[in-house]
Design a protein around this ligand. Structure first.
Ligand code: URA
Length: 264
C-alpha cells in the first residue's frame, strides 16, 4: 500500500463519482473511457463478474478483479473539465495508475482507421490542465504505463503507433471541423490541422492532456491508448464502422495491458 493511500485511508466519499473508499476495495488501477456506454464492455472484458458501483451524471463506475486485484473502470465524459473531476476524485480515493481508453481522429498520413495510437505526450489544447500546472509543464505519459500499453499492442499484433496527440477543448472548431453549425472555423484555428500534421502530431482527442498533466503533477502514473475512428485527411465524420473498429482495438490493448499494470 502506498504512502499516499495510507495517509488518506478512511471513509472518504467523493461527490461527482459517487464512490467511496470501501466500495473501490483498494483499487489502485483505473481504466478511463470517455463514454459511460463503454464501461461495462471494458470491465466485463477482463472480469465477467464485474459489477456497477455507481452511475452519476457522465461518471459510470464498474469494479472488477484481474488476477485477484481490484480494477476500476470509470467513464470521464468528454473533454478536460469532466476528466479533471474524474482524475481528481479517483486520486483522492487512492487510485495511482490511470489509463485513458479512448478514440481519436487521425492526422498523420500513415495512420489508418482502426489503428491503435498510444500517446507518449500531448499538445495541451484542453483548457483544463492549465488550472493544475502552467502551460510550460509537459503533458507526458508515465514510461511504465506507456511500456505496458506498447507491450500489449505488440502481443496482440495490432497495427499501432506511439507519439504525440493533440488534446483539444472542442470537437468542432478545435479540430478544425467545417461540418459545424456555423460552417466555418474561427480565424485563430484555421490551418491548425495542417500545422499539427507538419509537426508530426498523430491524432486529435480531448482528454489525455488533462490526465497526463494532473497525474504527473500529483506524482501518479498515467497512459493513454486510443483507436482511430476517422482520418481527417479523408473525412470529418465518424462512421459506425470506424467507431466500432477503433473502439474494439483500443479496448483490447487496454485490457491486455492489465497483465503488466496490476504488477506496477
Ligand atoms: N475523438 C476526437 O476527439 N476527434 C475525432 O475526430 C475522433 C475521436
Amino acid at each position: 500500500m502506498s504512502r499516499r493511500r495510507r495517509k488518506q485511508r478512511g471513509k472518504r466519499r467523493v461527490y461527482h463519482l459517487a464512490l467511496d473508499e470501501e466500495g473501490i476495495q483498494g483499487a489502485e488501477v483505473a481504466l478511463l473511457p470517455g463514454d459511460p456506454g463503454r464501461v461495462p464492455r471494458i470491465a466485463q472484458g477482463f472480469d465477467p463478474e464485474a459489477r456497477e458501483l455507481a452511475f452519476h451524471r457522465e461518471y459510470r463506475s464498474f469494479l472488477g478483479h484481474f488476477h485477484g486485484k481490484p480494477v476500476l473502470v470509470v467513464s470521464t465524459g468528454i473533454g478536460g473539465p469532466s476528466t479533471s473531476i474524474a482524475v481528481e476524485e479517483l486520486a483522492q480515493l487512492g487510485v495511482e495508475i490511470f489509463v485513458r481508453v479512448g478514440t481519436c481522429g487521425g492526422i498523420a498520413p500513415h495512420i489508418r482507421v482502426g489503428d491503435v495510437v498510444i500517446a507518449s505526450g500531448t499538445v495541451r489544447l484542453d483548457g483544463a490542465s492549465v488550472q493544475y500546472a502552467p502551460i510550460e509543464y509537459p503533458a507526458v505519459a508515465h514510461y511504465e504505463v506507456l511500456n505496458a500499453l506498447v507491450g500489449a499492442a505488440r502481443s496482440l499484433q495490432k497495427r499501432f503507433h506511439v507519439g504525440i496527440l493533440a488534446s483539444t477543448a472542442t470537437f468542432y472548431p478545435g479540430q478544425e471541423r467545417k461540418d459545424s453549425f456555423l460552417g466555418c472555423v474561427p480565424r485563430a484555428l484555421r490551418g491548425s490541422l495542417a500545422e499539427w500534421r507538419t509537426l508530426n502530431v498523430l491524432a486529435y482527442e480531448m482528454e489525455a492532456a488533462t490526465l497526463f498533466t494532473m497525474a504527473s503533477a500529483f506524482g501518479l502514473r498515467a497512459g493513454c491508448v486510443t483507436g482511430v475512428v476517422v482520418h481527417r485527411e479523408r473525412s470529418e465524420r465518424v462512421t459506425e464502422g470506424g467507431l466500432k473498429q477503433g473502439e474494439q482495438n483500443a479496448i483490447a490493448v487496454a485490457v491486455a495491458a492489465l497483465e503488466a499494470l496490476v504488477r506496477l
